[in-house]
Design a protein around this ligand. Structure first.
Ligand code: AMP
Length: 453
Protein backbone atom coordinates (compact mmCIF):
# COMPACT_ATOMS: atom_id res chain seq x y z
CA UNK A 1 0.00 0.00 0.00
CA UNK A 2 1.21 3.49 -0.79
CA UNK A 3 2.10 6.25 1.60
CA UNK A 4 0.47 9.68 1.57
CA UNK A 5 3.56 11.11 -0.16
CA UNK A 6 2.82 9.01 -3.24
CA UNK A 7 -0.61 10.61 -3.59
CA UNK A 8 0.90 13.97 -4.64
CA UNK A 9 -0.23 15.80 -1.55
CA UNK A 10 1.59 19.05 -0.76
CA UNK A 11 4.19 19.28 2.00
CA UNK A 12 2.17 21.23 4.62
CA UNK A 13 -0.65 18.68 4.40
CA UNK A 14 1.83 15.79 4.64
CA UNK A 15 3.26 17.39 7.77
CA UNK A 16 -0.18 17.71 9.33
CA UNK A 17 -0.87 14.05 8.57
CA UNK A 18 2.40 13.04 10.21
CA UNK A 19 1.42 15.07 13.27
CA UNK A 20 -1.97 13.34 13.30
CA UNK A 21 -0.10 10.01 13.31
CA UNK A 22 -1.40 8.85 9.92
CA UNK A 23 1.11 6.77 7.99
CA UNK A 24 -0.84 4.82 5.40
CA UNK A 25 -3.88 6.03 3.49
CA UNK A 26 -7.03 3.98 3.97
CA UNK A 27 -8.43 2.32 0.80
CA UNK A 28 -10.95 5.09 0.19
CA UNK A 29 -8.23 7.72 0.58
CA UNK A 30 -5.86 5.87 -1.69
CA UNK A 31 -8.49 5.62 -4.41
CA UNK A 32 -10.24 8.99 -4.06
CA UNK A 33 -7.41 11.46 -3.51
CA UNK A 34 -5.81 11.12 -7.00
CA UNK A 35 -9.26 11.29 -8.67
CA UNK A 36 -10.17 14.44 -6.77
CA UNK A 37 -6.82 16.13 -7.35
CA UNK A 38 -7.50 15.63 -11.06
CA UNK A 39 -10.77 17.54 -10.49
CA UNK A 40 -13.16 14.71 -11.33
CA UNK A 41 -16.58 14.35 -9.73
CA UNK A 42 -16.80 11.42 -7.35
CA UNK A 43 -19.43 9.00 -6.13
CA UNK A 44 -18.12 7.42 -2.93
CA UNK A 45 -19.84 4.41 -1.42
CA UNK A 46 -18.39 4.36 2.06
CA UNK A 47 -19.50 4.59 5.63
CA UNK A 48 -18.12 6.41 8.66
CA UNK A 49 -15.00 4.75 9.99
CA UNK A 50 -13.41 4.17 6.59
CA UNK A 51 -11.48 7.46 6.62
CA UNK A 52 -13.82 9.09 4.10
CA UNK A 53 -13.58 12.53 5.73
CA UNK A 54 -9.86 12.78 4.97
CA UNK A 55 -10.52 11.27 1.54
CA UNK A 56 -12.41 14.41 0.52
CA UNK A 57 -11.01 17.09 2.85
CA UNK A 58 -7.33 16.51 1.94
CA UNK A 59 -7.71 17.13 -1.83
CA UNK A 60 -10.20 19.89 -1.14
CA UNK A 61 -7.71 21.70 1.11
CA UNK A 62 -5.00 21.25 -1.49
CA UNK A 63 -7.13 22.55 -4.37
CA UNK A 64 -8.30 25.55 -2.38
CA UNK A 65 -4.89 26.42 -0.93
CA UNK A 66 -2.67 29.03 -2.47
CA UNK A 67 -5.45 31.60 -2.55
CA UNK A 68 -4.00 34.99 -3.49
CA UNK A 69 -7.18 37.07 -3.51
CA UNK A 70 -9.56 38.25 -0.82
CA UNK A 71 -12.66 36.34 0.04
CA UNK A 72 -16.07 37.78 -0.73
CA UNK A 73 -18.42 38.25 2.22
CA UNK A 74 -21.30 35.74 2.35
CA UNK A 75 -20.01 33.83 -0.71
CA UNK A 76 -18.10 30.73 0.38
CA UNK A 77 -15.75 29.03 -2.11
CA UNK A 78 -16.80 25.55 -1.18
CA UNK A 79 -19.63 23.83 0.63
CA UNK A 80 -19.86 20.58 2.59
CA UNK A 81 -23.37 19.48 3.54
CA UNK A 82 -23.71 17.02 6.43
CA UNK A 83 -26.91 15.62 7.97
CA UNK A 84 -26.19 16.27 11.67
CA UNK A 85 -24.51 18.89 13.78
CA UNK A 86 -22.20 16.25 15.24
CA UNK A 87 -20.96 15.15 11.84
CA UNK A 88 -20.66 18.76 10.65
CA UNK A 89 -18.59 19.66 13.75
CA UNK A 90 -16.43 16.61 13.24
CA UNK A 91 -15.73 17.56 9.63
CA UNK A 92 -14.70 21.02 10.81
CA UNK A 93 -12.34 19.48 13.36
CA UNK A 94 -10.80 17.35 10.58
CA UNK A 95 -10.36 20.40 8.33
CA UNK A 96 -8.66 22.28 11.17
CA UNK A 97 -6.34 19.33 11.79
CA UNK A 98 -5.44 18.52 8.19
CA UNK A 99 -5.37 22.14 7.04
CA UNK A 100 -3.24 23.64 9.81
CA UNK A 101 -0.96 26.42 8.47
CA UNK A 102 -2.76 26.55 5.10
CA UNK A 103 -4.47 29.81 6.08
CA UNK A 104 -7.82 28.68 4.73
CA UNK A 105 -10.90 29.92 6.54
CA UNK A 106 -13.71 27.55 7.44
CA UNK A 107 -16.83 27.71 9.58
CA UNK A 108 -19.61 25.35 10.54
CA UNK A 109 -23.28 26.30 10.69
CA UNK A 110 -26.17 24.25 12.08
CA UNK A 111 -29.52 24.77 13.75
CA UNK A 112 -30.38 24.69 17.43
CA UNK A 113 -28.03 27.54 18.32
CA UNK A 114 -28.13 31.29 17.74
CA UNK A 115 -27.24 32.44 14.25
CA UNK A 116 -25.30 35.63 15.05
CA UNK A 117 -21.82 34.04 15.19
CA UNK A 118 -22.58 32.03 12.05
CA UNK A 119 -23.68 35.12 10.15
CA UNK A 120 -20.52 36.95 11.30
CA UNK A 121 -18.35 34.07 10.02
CA UNK A 122 -20.11 34.16 6.65
CA UNK A 123 -19.62 37.93 6.42
CA UNK A 124 -15.90 37.53 7.03
CA UNK A 125 -15.64 35.38 3.93
CA UNK A 126 -15.00 31.63 3.88
CA UNK A 127 -12.97 29.15 1.89
CA UNK A 128 -15.01 26.28 3.25
CA UNK A 129 -18.50 26.27 4.70
CA UNK A 130 -19.72 23.14 6.48
CA UNK A 131 -23.48 23.16 7.03
CA UNK A 132 -26.55 21.18 7.86
CA UNK A 133 -29.20 21.76 5.16
CA UNK A 134 -31.95 23.38 7.26
CA UNK A 135 -29.85 26.17 8.75
CA UNK A 136 -28.08 26.79 5.46
CA UNK A 137 -31.39 27.31 3.66
CA UNK A 138 -32.57 29.54 6.47
CA UNK A 139 -29.50 31.78 6.23
CA UNK A 140 -29.69 31.77 2.42
CA UNK A 141 -33.31 32.90 2.59
CA UNK A 142 -32.30 35.71 4.92
CA UNK A 143 -29.65 36.82 2.43
CA UNK A 144 -26.67 35.87 4.61
CA UNK A 145 -25.27 33.29 2.23
CA UNK A 146 -25.02 32.95 -1.56
CA UNK A 147 -23.66 29.87 -3.28
CA UNK A 148 -22.66 31.38 -6.63
CA UNK A 149 -18.90 31.11 -5.85
CA UNK A 150 -18.90 27.47 -4.77
CA UNK A 151 -16.27 25.53 -6.73
CA UNK A 152 -16.30 22.41 -4.62
CA UNK A 153 -19.49 20.83 -3.31
CA UNK A 154 -19.62 17.78 -1.04
CA UNK A 155 -22.79 15.98 -0.04
CA UNK A 156 -21.82 13.73 2.85
CA UNK A 157 -23.90 10.78 4.10
CA UNK A 158 -26.52 11.30 1.43
CA UNK A 159 -28.56 8.27 2.51
CA UNK A 160 -28.88 9.76 6.00
CA UNK A 161 -30.03 13.01 4.48
CA UNK A 162 -32.80 11.03 2.84
CA UNK A 163 -33.70 9.22 6.09
CA UNK A 164 -33.83 12.49 7.96
CA UNK A 165 -36.10 14.15 5.45
CA UNK A 166 -33.52 16.63 4.11
CA UNK A 167 -33.91 15.67 0.50
CA UNK A 168 -36.27 18.55 -0.28
CA UNK A 169 -33.90 21.05 1.33
CA UNK A 170 -31.11 19.68 -0.83
CA UNK A 171 -33.24 19.99 -3.94
CA UNK A 172 -33.69 23.69 -3.06
CA UNK A 173 -29.99 24.25 -2.37
CA UNK A 174 -28.54 22.56 -5.47
CA UNK A 175 -29.99 24.95 -8.11
CA UNK A 176 -28.24 27.83 -6.34
CA UNK A 177 -24.84 26.28 -7.01
CA UNK A 178 -22.90 27.25 -10.14
CA UNK A 179 -22.96 24.73 -13.00
CA UNK A 180 -19.14 24.76 -13.15
CA UNK A 181 -18.03 23.02 -10.00
CA UNK A 182 -16.52 19.80 -8.69
CA UNK A 183 -19.10 17.64 -6.90
CA UNK A 184 -18.68 14.72 -4.51
CA UNK A 185 -21.41 12.55 -3.09
CA UNK A 186 -20.79 10.06 -0.29
CA UNK A 187 -23.31 7.52 0.87
CA UNK A 188 -23.07 4.25 2.77
CA UNK A 189 -25.95 2.78 0.78
CA UNK A 190 -27.44 3.54 -2.61
CA UNK A 191 -31.23 3.52 -2.42
CA UNK A 192 -33.05 4.50 -5.65
CA UNK A 193 -33.61 8.10 -4.65
CA UNK A 194 -29.92 8.66 -3.89
CA UNK A 195 -28.90 7.04 -7.18
CA UNK A 196 -31.24 9.50 -8.91
CA UNK A 197 -29.82 12.43 -6.97
CA UNK A 198 -26.27 11.31 -7.80
CA UNK A 199 -27.19 11.08 -11.47
CA UNK A 200 -28.52 14.67 -11.42
CA UNK A 201 -25.69 16.14 -9.36
CA UNK A 202 -22.56 14.52 -10.72
CA UNK A 203 -20.94 14.92 -14.14
CA UNK A 204 -19.12 11.80 -15.41
CA UNK A 205 -18.27 10.79 -11.88
CA UNK A 206 -15.64 8.24 -10.93
CA UNK A 207 -17.06 5.68 -8.58
CA UNK A 208 -15.17 4.48 -5.52
CA UNK A 209 -16.61 1.79 -3.31
CA UNK A 210 -14.88 0.54 -0.21
CA UNK A 211 -15.42 -2.74 1.60
CA UNK A 212 -19.09 -3.57 1.68
CA UNK A 213 -20.58 -3.17 5.17
CA UNK A 214 -20.90 -6.89 5.83
CA UNK A 215 -17.16 -7.40 5.71
CA UNK A 216 -16.09 -4.30 7.64
CA UNK A 217 -17.32 -5.86 10.84
CA UNK A 218 -15.04 -8.84 11.01
CA UNK A 219 -13.31 -7.71 14.17
CA UNK A 220 -16.59 -7.22 15.99
CA UNK A 221 -17.84 -9.98 18.20
CA UNK A 222 -21.57 -9.86 17.45
CA UNK A 223 -24.14 -11.47 19.71
CA UNK A 224 -27.88 -11.49 20.08
CA UNK A 225 -29.96 -11.91 23.21
CA UNK A 226 -33.65 -12.74 23.02
CA UNK A 227 -35.44 -10.94 25.82
CA UNK A 228 -38.94 -9.80 26.69
CA UNK A 229 -39.46 -6.09 26.19
CA UNK A 230 -40.08 -5.58 29.89
CA UNK A 231 -36.83 -7.35 30.82
CA UNK A 232 -34.60 -5.17 28.70
CA UNK A 233 -33.70 -2.74 31.49
CA UNK A 234 -32.56 -5.57 33.69
CA UNK A 235 -30.59 -7.18 30.89
CA UNK A 236 -28.85 -3.91 30.08
CA UNK A 237 -27.80 -3.49 33.69
CA UNK A 238 -26.51 -7.06 33.78
CA UNK A 239 -24.45 -6.54 30.63
CA UNK A 240 -23.04 -3.27 31.93
CA UNK A 241 -22.24 -4.71 35.35
CA UNK A 242 -20.73 -7.94 34.15
CA UNK A 243 -19.01 -7.11 30.90
CA UNK A 244 -15.79 -5.34 30.33
CA UNK A 245 -16.76 -1.84 29.29
CA UNK A 246 -14.20 0.77 28.57
CA UNK A 247 -16.86 2.86 26.87
CA UNK A 248 -20.31 1.56 26.02
CA UNK A 249 -22.61 3.09 23.44
CA UNK A 250 -26.26 2.07 23.86
CA UNK A 251 -28.70 2.66 21.00
CA UNK A 252 -32.40 3.22 21.54
CA UNK A 253 -35.14 3.83 19.03
CA UNK A 254 -36.68 6.81 20.79
CA UNK A 255 -35.49 9.88 22.67
CA UNK A 256 -37.89 9.09 25.49
CA UNK A 257 -36.49 5.57 25.69
CA UNK A 258 -32.97 6.97 25.99
CA UNK A 259 -33.98 9.23 28.90
CA UNK A 260 -35.71 6.38 30.72
CA UNK A 261 -32.59 4.24 30.55
CA UNK A 262 -30.50 7.04 32.06
CA UNK A 263 -33.00 7.24 34.93
CA UNK A 264 -33.05 3.48 35.41
CA UNK A 265 -29.27 3.19 35.51
CA UNK A 266 -29.00 6.20 37.83
CA UNK A 267 -31.15 4.31 40.29
CA UNK A 268 -28.49 1.61 40.37
CA UNK A 269 -25.76 4.20 40.70
CA UNK A 270 -24.55 3.69 37.16
CA UNK A 271 -23.74 7.04 35.58
CA UNK A 272 -24.75 7.56 31.98
CA UNK A 273 -25.84 10.36 29.67
CA UNK A 274 -28.31 10.55 26.80
CA UNK A 275 -27.67 12.24 23.49
CA UNK A 276 -30.60 12.91 21.17
CA UNK A 277 -32.33 15.61 19.20
CA UNK A 278 -34.35 16.99 22.12
CA UNK A 279 -31.22 17.83 24.08
CA UNK A 280 -29.75 21.29 23.69
CA UNK A 281 -26.61 21.62 21.63
CA UNK A 282 -24.56 22.37 24.75
CA UNK A 283 -25.99 19.32 26.57
CA UNK A 284 -25.14 17.11 23.58
CA UNK A 285 -21.63 18.49 23.34
CA UNK A 286 -21.07 18.07 27.07
CA UNK A 287 -22.31 14.47 27.03
CA UNK A 288 -20.07 13.67 24.08
CA UNK A 289 -17.04 15.36 25.63
CA UNK A 290 -17.57 13.53 28.95
CA UNK A 291 -17.88 10.26 27.06
CA UNK A 292 -14.77 10.88 24.96
CA UNK A 293 -12.83 11.82 28.09
CA UNK A 294 -14.09 8.66 29.84
CA UNK A 295 -15.81 10.67 32.59
CA UNK A 296 -19.04 8.93 31.62
CA UNK A 297 -18.61 5.36 30.45
CA UNK A 298 -22.10 4.86 29.09
CA UNK A 299 -23.71 6.98 26.41
CA UNK A 300 -27.31 6.33 25.37
CA UNK A 301 -28.01 7.57 21.87
CA UNK A 302 -30.60 7.57 19.14
CA UNK A 303 -29.39 6.80 15.62
CA UNK A 304 -29.67 10.34 14.40
CA UNK A 305 -27.80 11.91 17.31
CA UNK A 306 -25.08 9.30 17.09
CA UNK A 307 -24.45 9.97 13.45
CA UNK A 308 -20.86 10.93 12.88
CA UNK A 309 -19.82 10.27 16.46
CA UNK A 310 -16.25 9.11 16.26
CA UNK A 311 -14.93 8.01 19.62
CA UNK A 312 -11.93 5.78 20.01
CA UNK A 313 -12.11 3.16 22.73
CA UNK A 314 -15.76 2.15 22.49
CA UNK A 315 -15.52 -1.45 23.66
CA UNK A 316 -19.24 -2.25 23.47
CA UNK A 317 -22.13 -1.23 21.30
CA UNK A 318 -25.47 -2.34 22.69
CA UNK A 319 -28.55 -2.31 20.51
CA UNK A 320 -31.12 -1.90 23.25
CA UNK A 321 -33.69 -1.63 20.46
CA UNK A 322 -32.97 -3.19 17.10
CA UNK A 323 -32.88 -0.65 14.30
CA UNK A 324 -35.74 -0.84 11.83
CA UNK A 325 -33.35 -0.41 8.90
CA UNK A 326 -30.78 -3.14 8.54
CA UNK A 327 -28.11 -0.69 7.32
CA UNK A 328 -28.31 1.22 10.59
CA UNK A 329 -27.23 -1.96 12.36
CA UNK A 330 -23.96 -1.89 10.46
CA UNK A 331 -23.49 1.81 11.18
CA UNK A 332 -24.16 1.31 14.85
CA UNK A 333 -21.85 -1.61 15.45
CA UNK A 334 -19.15 0.15 13.42
CA UNK A 335 -18.76 2.51 16.39
CA UNK A 336 -16.77 -0.18 18.13
CA UNK A 337 -13.68 -1.96 16.78
CA UNK A 338 -12.24 1.34 15.63
CA UNK A 339 -8.58 1.90 14.88
CA UNK A 340 -7.81 -1.77 14.47
CA UNK A 341 -9.17 -2.86 17.85
CA UNK A 342 -11.73 -5.53 18.58
CA UNK A 343 -15.16 -4.74 19.89
CA UNK A 344 -18.37 -6.30 21.12
CA UNK A 345 -21.79 -5.65 19.66
CA UNK A 346 -24.69 -7.03 21.67
CA UNK A 347 -28.23 -6.75 20.33
CA UNK A 348 -31.38 -7.22 22.36
CA UNK A 349 -34.33 -8.64 20.45
CA UNK A 350 -37.81 -8.68 21.92
CA UNK A 351 -40.99 -10.29 20.68
CA UNK A 352 -41.83 -7.33 18.44
CA UNK A 353 -38.44 -7.16 16.74
CA UNK A 354 -38.18 -10.52 14.97
CA UNK A 355 -38.79 -9.05 11.52
CA UNK A 356 -36.11 -6.41 12.06
CA UNK A 357 -33.75 -9.19 13.12
CA UNK A 358 -34.46 -11.18 9.97
CA UNK A 359 -33.67 -8.13 7.82
CA UNK A 360 -30.41 -7.50 9.68
CA UNK A 361 -29.25 -11.10 9.39
CA UNK A 362 -30.06 -11.05 5.68
CA UNK A 363 -28.10 -7.83 5.16
CA UNK A 364 -24.99 -8.95 7.04
CA UNK A 365 -25.26 -12.46 5.63
CA UNK A 366 -24.81 -13.95 9.07
CA UNK A 367 -26.99 -15.66 11.63
CA UNK A 368 -26.13 -13.96 14.90
CA UNK A 369 -25.24 -16.34 17.74
CA UNK A 370 -28.17 -16.06 20.12
CA UNK A 371 -28.84 -16.48 23.81
CA UNK A 372 -31.88 -16.00 25.94
CA UNK A 373 -32.38 -13.83 28.97
CA UNK A 374 -35.21 -14.20 31.45
CA UNK A 375 -35.56 -11.41 33.96
CA UNK A 376 -37.22 -11.45 37.32
CA UNK A 377 -39.78 -8.87 38.40
CA UNK A 378 -37.91 -6.31 40.39
CA UNK A 379 -40.47 -5.07 42.87
CA UNK A 380 -37.67 -2.91 44.15
CA UNK A 381 -37.32 -1.04 40.88
CA UNK A 382 -39.53 1.79 41.87
CA UNK A 383 -37.16 4.60 41.77
CA UNK A 384 -37.21 8.29 42.03
CA UNK A 385 -36.08 10.11 38.96
CA UNK A 386 -33.66 12.93 39.54
CA UNK A 387 -36.60 15.24 38.82
CA UNK A 388 -38.58 13.54 41.60
CA UNK A 389 -41.11 11.62 39.52
CA UNK A 390 -41.55 7.96 40.39
CA UNK A 391 -40.36 5.48 37.82
CA UNK A 392 -41.85 2.03 37.88
CA UNK A 393 -40.73 -1.23 36.46
CA UNK A 394 -43.55 -2.08 34.04
CA UNK A 395 -43.65 -5.64 35.46
CA UNK A 396 -43.79 -4.68 39.11
CA UNK A 397 -47.45 -5.06 40.04
CA UNK A 398 -48.13 -3.56 43.47
CA UNK A 399 -49.59 -6.08 45.89
CA UNK A 400 -52.05 -4.94 48.50
CA UNK A 401 -49.74 -5.78 51.34
CA UNK A 402 -46.92 -3.68 50.01
CA UNK A 403 -48.83 -0.85 48.43
CA UNK A 404 -47.46 1.54 50.96
CA UNK A 405 -43.95 0.51 50.08
CA UNK A 406 -44.64 0.48 46.35
CA UNK A 407 -45.63 4.10 46.35
CA UNK A 408 -42.63 5.36 48.22
CA UNK A 409 -39.24 5.68 46.64
CA UNK A 410 -36.85 3.21 48.18
CA UNK A 411 -34.33 4.41 50.63
CA UNK A 412 -31.22 5.41 48.73
CA UNK A 413 -29.09 4.14 51.63
CA UNK A 414 -29.99 0.52 51.09
CA UNK A 415 -30.64 -0.21 47.44
CA UNK A 416 -31.38 -3.86 46.95
CA UNK A 417 -28.95 -4.00 44.08
CA UNK A 418 -26.08 -3.30 46.46
CA UNK A 419 -26.40 -6.73 47.96
CA UNK A 420 -23.72 -9.15 46.85
CA UNK A 421 -24.96 -11.14 43.88
CA UNK A 422 -25.04 -14.37 45.84
CA UNK A 423 -27.56 -12.84 48.22
CA UNK A 424 -30.04 -11.94 45.55
CA UNK A 425 -33.12 -14.01 46.26
CA UNK A 426 -33.93 -14.36 42.57
CA UNK A 427 -31.19 -13.46 40.20
CA UNK A 428 -31.92 -12.88 36.55
CA UNK A 429 -31.28 -16.03 34.61
CA UNK A 430 -29.87 -16.57 31.20
CA UNK A 431 -30.25 -19.67 29.14
CA UNK A 432 -28.21 -21.09 26.38
CA UNK A 433 -29.97 -21.19 23.07
CA UNK A 434 -29.16 -22.97 19.93
CA UNK A 435 -32.45 -22.87 18.10
CA UNK A 436 -35.13 -20.32 17.40
CA UNK A 437 -36.98 -18.64 20.24
CA UNK A 438 -39.68 -21.28 20.33
CA UNK A 439 -37.10 -24.08 20.81
CA UNK A 440 -35.23 -22.43 23.61
CA UNK A 441 -34.73 -24.64 26.61
CA UNK A 442 -34.95 -23.20 30.07
CA UNK A 443 -31.71 -24.83 31.18
CA UNK A 444 -28.73 -23.14 32.71
CA UNK A 445 -26.13 -23.65 30.08
CA UNK A 446 -23.76 -21.76 27.97
CA UNK A 447 -24.53 -18.10 28.39
CA UNK A 448 -21.79 -16.33 30.21
CA UNK A 449 -20.79 -12.74 30.11
CA UNK A 450 -17.08 -12.27 30.18
CA UNK A 451 -15.65 -10.79 33.32
CA UNK A 452 -15.32 -7.10 33.65
CA UNK A 453 -11.69 -6.10 33.25
P1 AMP B 1 -13.95 8.79 9.09
O1 AMP B 1 -14.37 7.58 8.34
O2 AMP B 1 -13.58 9.90 8.20
O3 AMP B 1 -14.98 9.16 10.12
O4 AMP B 1 -12.60 8.41 9.89
C1 AMP B 1 -12.57 7.45 10.92
C2 AMP B 1 -11.36 7.62 11.84
O5 AMP B 1 -10.17 7.19 11.20
C3 AMP B 1 -11.10 9.03 12.32
O6 AMP B 1 -10.83 8.96 13.71
C4 AMP B 1 -9.87 9.48 11.59
O7 AMP B 1 -9.13 10.38 12.37
C5 AMP B 1 -9.12 8.16 11.39
N1 AMP B 1 -8.30 8.12 10.16
C6 AMP B 1 -8.66 8.56 8.93
N2 AMP B 1 -7.70 8.30 8.04
C7 AMP B 1 -6.70 7.68 8.70
C8 AMP B 1 -5.42 7.16 8.30
N3 AMP B 1 -4.99 7.21 7.06
N4 AMP B 1 -4.65 6.59 9.26
C9 AMP B 1 -5.09 6.53 10.54
N5 AMP B 1 -6.29 6.99 10.96
C10 AMP B 1 -7.08 7.57 10.07
Amino acid sequence: MSKFKELSLIEPILQNLTEAGYVTPTPIQEQSIPILLQKHDLLGIAQTGTGKTAAFTLPMLQLLSGRDFSLTPCEPRSLILAPTRELASQIKASLDKYGKNLKLKNAVIFGGVGQAAQVAALRNGLDILIATPGRLLDLMNQGHCRLNKVQFFVLDEADRMLDMGFINDIKKIVPKLPQERQTLLFSATMPGEIAKLAHNLLKNPKRVEVTPPSTTVERINQRLIHVKKADKYQLLRKVIEEESSELTLVFTRTKHGANKIVDYLAHFKIASAAIHGNKSQSAREKALEDFKAGKIKILIATDIAARGIDVQGVSHVINYDLPVEAESYVHRIGRTARAGRDGDAISFCDETERDALKRIEKTIGLKLPADNFVGTPEASVKMTKPQGKPFRDPRAKPKNNNREQSQKPRSPEAPRSDRPRSEHPQRPRTQGNTGGPENRKQTKVGFKFRNRK
